[in-house]
Every structure is written in C-alpha cells, then in structure tokens.
Design a protein around this ligand. Structure first.
Ligand code: UDX
Length: 447
C-alpha cells in the first residue's frame, strides 16, 4: 500500500510515521519548506515522545519520505490523507476549513487513477461531501472516493494511541473505499481493534461527540470538586466512587484548572456552532464551554487567596505552562489565562516548564523564565503548579521551603497529598479536597 499525507503537523506526522511502521509506503507533504527541511535533516518539528525514533527507523527502511511536492507524494498512492489544521475561525467560532478546501483543490489537480481521499483533520459534518464536490467539479471524470477517518490520539501518548487504539472510525460510502481503509488498518485486526464502519456524516460527528463528551466529563468533575471544597468532601474519592461504575468509567474524572489543548476548546465550540446552525442546539456543550472559560480565569483568585488575598507586589513561582505534560503545546493552556491575570493583579511571575518555555515566551510577556523547577521559587511568595509534569511530582519540599519566602503551594493538578504537605509545613491548597488550604483530610492523589 502507498499513501500520501498532506500536512506534517501533529496528526499528519504521527499518522504518517505510524502507517509507515505498519508497512505502508508513506510520503508526507507540507507546504512549509522549513518543516520539510527539518524532517529531511532528521529533526522532528514537534515534541512527542518516541516520534523521533519511529520516524528515523522508517525513513531508514525507505517507507517514509517527505516532500514539498504533492504530485510526487500522490504518485501511485492508494489513498491521500488530509491532515491539515482546522483552527477556530476568528469571529464566529466555526472551524476554519480553508486549509482543507485548498488541499481538496490540489488533490484534484494531482489525482492519478483510483484514489481514496481521506479526511483525518477534525472537520464539521458535511465537509467530506463538500471535499467530494470540490474535487468532482475540478475533475468530473476522476476516479476517487472521499472517506472520513477521524483521529483520536492524545498528545504525549500519540504513538500508542495510534498503534493500539480503542477503536478506529471510518466513514466511507463505497466498497472500494471501505476495502482500502480496511487494508491500511490491517495490522490492527491482529490486536482485535474494533472498526466502526459507517457513513461519512456519522464518522465526522463521532469525533466531535467524543471530544465534547470527554470535555463534559472533565467539566462535571471540576464543578463537583468546587462543591467538595464547600462541603468538606474529597473529589478523588467521589471520582473513584462514581468511576468504578462501569457505566460512568474511571477516566477523565481528574479535576484541574479547566481543559485546554488543541482539540477540546476548538472542537466543543465548533460543535456548538454546527448544532446551532442546524437548529438542534447542544445546550450541555454550550454550558461546558462557558464553564471552562470562566474556570480557567477563576484560578487566579485561588492563587491570590493563598497569598493572603492580594497579589500586589507578590512574586508567584509558576511550575508548568503547557496545557498538559509531555508536550510543548501551549494552545488554550490554562496558563495563558492565569499568568496574565496574575500580572494584572500586580504579581511578578517567575516560571519553569520542561518543554513549553520556548513557545510560551512568545505568548506570555513579562515572565522571568527559569532553568529548573527550583529556580522560580527563590524569594517567591507562593508556588503554583499549573501542569502535572512528572518532575514536579517529587520536589524536594525542604529545598522548596528554604527557597520560598513563605511555604505556600497552590496545586491546581492535585499532585501532592494534603496531609503530607501539612506535615511538611506547607500552607497547601488544591482542587476539590475539603476546604482547600491546609486541608488535612486523607486523600490519595490520582495519577
Ligand atoms: C484530546 C483527546 O483526548 C483526543 O482523543 C483527541 O483526539 C484530541 O483531544 P489531547 O488534547 O492531546 O487529546 O489531551 P487530553 O489528554 O485529552 O487532555 C485534554 C485536556 O483535558 C488537558 O488540558 C488536560 O489537562 C485536561 N484533562 C484531561 C483534565 O483536566 N482532566 C482529566 O481527567 C483529563
């Protein structure tokens, strides 16, 4: 099998590398010459554990290539994947499909024998039909099908998510397209991965429904966490108590500062807009979007409370700025709301992140960027953990105490245990565990 992958962003590069690992001959194409140059030099433009080795191995085996030229990429390809960005469109919250449609035009110009055009980008319902219309208009006689194959991979765990997925969703309208897709995913048959074979609209909507459901789960537990603080309950035990019910499930019940990243904020908003457009509003998701936006902003008041109610003239040490660990991705990270709000309230921010500082420095001004997890704490009035990187989970608390002006920690990811922190002499506040500050109820921090 031979495929072309348009877009060497997160989804395109991971999918391309993983398909080549499956034995497929893959040519990844991107218009960005700096990205292609980097890849040809063996450098990986994104941070994803394991991706460098996977790319190097398959390039060496001759199964993975990179090019700026779509004609070269599509030569003899059984399928061409569209894996370009679908960012939120400025002004109206709809997904911006201009890159997808531009890719469709270019595919039309390079079609060479029967090809399955596969949308891997997250696209609103109806986009597959539109892509088909664009190609058909440009090439009325061409032999092709347009399929939808949404991607569910998580940053930081992308390779294993691709190689061992819970399921693969394929929306295809012809037996030829279905057969090509089955062939591409053949290695997954061996590990008995369920394949949901359906129509295009269903596949497109499934992606949005999955992300909206997960975002709803997180938002639900975040609100329950706030209630726990008021009534002296422990949100981790509540999460365990409900999550053990198989109908609910244990995952995505970890409370925090609000979800961020490249998918949940963008996709929940796009789903809201699509639903409104079809006069079938998804009011739960509308509420989730609203709660999450407000939540990220409200985290600043927790930090202010830990600093005796006022941030004016205080120094806050921030640990972690990426939207989650094991990525350098800053898209919709809670830190983008929290850090400017701390500064607006008069605080000076010193910060460290193991991978995100390069990107963060472009987005956050006036921050002192530090070289390790301890440096920001020197003389700070409080340390706030915004991202649960592993290296923040076992800080030397005595060293932290010695560095801080006062032993105050605000842990927005609940990676420490309130009892241990009380024993270590910290004024410790976290999310959804009793009354927050200095709370000493027994609780096991979830991983
Ligand atoms: C997500 C989906 O998981 C993935 O299937 C989809 O294809 C893309 O979007 P990703 O954005 O990489 O993946 O990260 P994920 O691990 O899902 O986390 C998203 C956000 O939710 C992060 O900000 C994370 O901190 C937050 N989160 C996640 C919680 O606050 N609590 C949880 O229990 C889980």
């Amino acid at each position: 099998m031979r495929i072309a992958m348009i877009g060497t962003g997160y989804v395109g590069l991971v999918s391309g590398a993983c398909f080549s690992e499956f034995g497929v001959h893959v040519t990844c194409m991107d218009k960005d010459s700096s990205k292609i140059d980097q890849l040809l030099r063996g450098e990986i433009p994104i941070y994803e554990p394991g991706l460098d080795d996977l790319v190097a191995k398959n390039v060496k085996a001759g199964r993975l290539n990179f090019t700026l030229d779509l004609e070269t990429a599509m030569k003899g390809a059984d399928a061409v994947f569209i894996a370009v960005g679908t960012p939120t469109r400025r002004g109206d919250g709809h997904a911006d499909l201009s890159y997808v449609y531009a890719a469709a035009e270019e595919i039309a110009a390079n079609l060479d024998g029967y090809t399955v055009v596969v949308n891997k980008s997250t696209v609103p319902v109806g986009t597959g039909r539109e892509v088909e219309a664009i190609i058909r208009k440009a090439r009325p006689d061409a032999e092709f099908d347009v399929a939808s194959n949404p991607e569910f991979l998580r940053e930081g765990a992308a390779i294993s998510d691709f190689m061992r997925p819970d399921r693969v969703v394929i929306g295809a309208e012809s037996e030829c397209a279905r057969e090509t897709m089955r062939q591409l995913y053949r290695p997954l048959h061996l590990i008995e991965t369920p394949i949901v074979m359906t129509n295009r609209e269903t596949a497109e909507l499934t992606k949005y429904a999955a992300n909206a459901f997960l975002a709803t789960k997180i938002t639900f537990i975040n609100e329950i966490a706030d209630l726990c603080e008021k009534v002296g309950a422990d949100v981790h035990d509540v999460a365990k108590g409900i999550g053990l019910d198989g109908r609910i499930g244990k995952k995505f019940l970890h409370p925090g500062p609000g979800y961020g990243g490249s998918c949940f904020p963008k996709d929940t908003l796009a789903l809201v807009r699509t639903a409104q457009q079809h006069a079938a509003p998804v009011r739960i998701v509308e509420t989730v979007v609203d709660i999450n936006d407000k939540r990220k902003k409200s985290m600043t008041s927790r930090i202010a409370a830990a600093c005796d109610g006022s941030l004016a003239g205080k120094t806050v040490a921030v640990l972690g700025v990426t939207f989650k660990p094991n990525t350098d991705d800053m898209r919709d990270a809670p830190s983008l709301d929290i850090v400017p709000a701390l500064q607006a309230a008069g605080a000076h921010v010193r910060a460290f992140d193991p991978a995100g500082m390069h990107e963060a420095a472009k987005l956050l001004g006036g921050v002192d960027w530090c070289t390790d997890a301890y440096q920001p704490l020197e003389g700070a009035d409080c340390v706030a953990i915004l991202t649960e990187w592993n290296e923040f989970r076992a800080l030397d608390l005595n060293r932290c105490k010695a560095l801080l002006k006062r032993p105050v920690m605000v842990d927005l990811r609940n990676i420490y245990n309130p009892e241990d922190m009380a024993k270590a002499g910290f004024a410790y506040s976290s999310i959804g565990r009793g009354t927050g500050q200095g709370n000493s109820r027994e609780s096991a921090p979830a991983g």
